[in-house]
Design a protein around this ligand. Structure first.
Ligand SMILES: NC(=O)c1ccc[n+]([C@@H]2O[C@H](COP(=O)([O-])OP(=O)(O)OC[C@H]3O[C@@H](n4cnc5c(N)ncnc54)[C@H](O)[C@@H]3O)[C@@H](O)[C@H]2O)c1
Length: 327
């Protein structure tokens, strides 16, 4: 069976998915839509499909699945409409830019027979998948972690400095590693967070402590104006005389115990689509459709990540610890 797929949003990440999906024999790209006709036409020509005006036209082409790759604040409406039409959805992160929006998507996903998968691509990145396996096999027993997710600027693409479109900086790159904390360390029980406003019109630097339900403590840092000097993304996890350190998605260093050999795995030379997990997340989405399986990143994951972002903002506003799940 061939899965007919349409894309809404012909920008940077729409292009990444379109080029990946084009190489999958199980996929027929039926069209690409964008509010900017010329963007849709450019990407459609590149990947050999039709430019379309909007989601309705994508559905009219008989799409069985749609990728929603529009700016953050424009995810909920098309996602809910597609799910209500019984069309499978791959939504770029974030799920929504408000808790209400995320709850609407989660409710629509629960009601629909169609699947919903969220674009937390890092879960499929070989570097993070390796750390996840170490923990799952009991070879790393996390007690403490230090997590950093910086961004160089809020300038590119231009809408990322507009809070009403992003939902706030934490919904941008930061949400990826908030999700990664949950993925690697389990549910987060409480968040304490402070913030500063330095380079933009909204809080753009955050220092948080996440208390995991399993007991681990995480110090979490995220800054929007760090420049792109490496490393901007790093996770350090410490167990009893154990340490694991990731640098971007390029390297993982493992120190398994005192007096034992320290090893480093390097993924730097992988193609970007593989190293960042994009190829795997797209393949898994198509697998899930064809095999009727639960997608790898679910609406529940999206809702919990939204709660983590909102808990950080609430803690900044109230100067108090915020317990999760949110009431
Ligand atoms: N998972 C990742 O690694 C990753 C990376 C980049 C972006 N993203 C996410 O993907 C989304 C898109 O980001 P981008 O960097 O591709 O942005 P972009 O600006 O490059 O592309 C967005 C496209 O959507 C179009 N658009 C805007 N509003 C629309 C609407 N209402 N209907 C149809 N088209 C519309 C724009 O014209 C533009 O072509 C964002 O939510 C972003 O957070 C995820």
């Amino acid at each position: 069976m061939v899965v007919k797929v349409g894309i809404l949003g012909a920008g940077y990440i729409g292009g990444v998915h379109a080029r990946t999906l084009r190489r999958d024999d199980r996929v027929n790209l039926v069209g690409i839509a964008d509010i900017r006709r010329e963007a849709a036409e450019r990407l459609a020509a590149e990947v050999g499909t039709r430019a379309l005006p909007d989601l309705a036209a994508v559905l009219h082409e008989g799409a069985l699945a749609v990728y929603v790759t529009t700016p953050n604040a424009h995810h909920v409406e098309p996602v809910v409409a597609a799910l209500e039409a019984g069309v499978h959805v791959f939504s770029e992160k974030p799920m929504a830019t408000t808790l209400d929006g995320a709850r609407r998507v989660a409710a629509a996903a629960a009601r629909s027979k169609a699947l919903y998968q969220l674009g937390f691509n890092r879960r499929w990145a070989p570097a993070y998948a390796f750390v996840h396996d170490l923990i799952a096999r009991g070879e790393l027993r996390p007690a403490m972690a230090h997590v950093k997710m910086n961004r160089g600027e809020l300038q590119n693409p231009p809408w990322v400095s507009t809070t009403s479109l992003t939902g706030g900086f934490l919904y941008e790159s930061t949400i990826h590693l908030l999700d990664m904390c949950r993925y690697l360390l389990g549910e987060i029980a409480a968040v304490t967070c402070q913030a500063r406003t330095t380079a933009y019109q909204e809080p753009d630097g955050f220092a948080a402590v996440l208390r995991c339900a399993g007991g681990a403590l995480v110090t979490f840092h995220s800054c929007a104006h760090a420049t792109w000097a490496f490393p901007f993304e790093r996770i350090e996890i410490f167990g009893p005389h154990q340490a694991v350190v990731t640098e971007e998605m390029d390297r993982v260093t493992v120190s398994p115990g005192l007096g034992r050999e320290v090893t480093t795995r390097a993924y730097a030379q992988l193609p970007m689509e593989e190293k960042w997990g994009y190829r795997a997340e797209d393949a898994k989405f198509v697998d899930a459709i064809l095999e009727g399986r639960r997608p790898g990143v679910t609406a529940e994951d999206g809702l919990r990540a939204t709660e983590l972002v909102e808990a950080c903002y609430r803690s900044v506003r109230t100067a108090a610890e915020v317990a999760l799940p949110l009431a």
